[in-house]
Design a protein. Structure first.
Length: 114
């Protein structure tokens, strides 16, 4: 089992920045992909960004150039630096880890005011 603890959400004005963190613990050997998904009001959960153990990244088109995902393989932590935030980025952000199966964090709320 893998446990995920997210932090860093909150309220920010449009144009501002936030940094999300997610620390993995438990059976963390052989974790492959780590990343973030989000679910906005009335919307389905969607990919934000993911990163492999080797550092290969994939971003949603809507966040390219504004968000940066990074990973510390020693600390088993994944980060999401979010810049130039927009009201449409408002959502619950979920940490995601793949280790033979998918694991999800409980989510952290990001609210961007206009």
């Amino acid at each position: 089992q893998v446990q995920l603890v997210e932090s860093g959400g909150g309220l920010v004005q449009a144009g501002g920045s936030l940094r999300l963190s997610c620390a993995a613990s438990g059976s963390i050997f052989s974790i492959n992909v780590m990343g973030w998904y989000r679910q906005g009001p009335g919307k389905q959960r969607e990919l934000v960004a993911v990163i492999t153990t080797g550092g290969i990244t994939n971003y949603a088109d809507s966040v390219k150039g504004r968000f940066t995902i990074s990973r510390d393989n020693v600390k088993n932590t994944v980060y999401l630096q979010m810049n130039s935030l927009k009201p449409e980025d408002t959502a619950v952000y979920y940490c995601y880890v793949n280790r033979f199966m998918d694991y999800w964090g409980k989510g952290t709320l990001v609210t961007v005011s206009s």
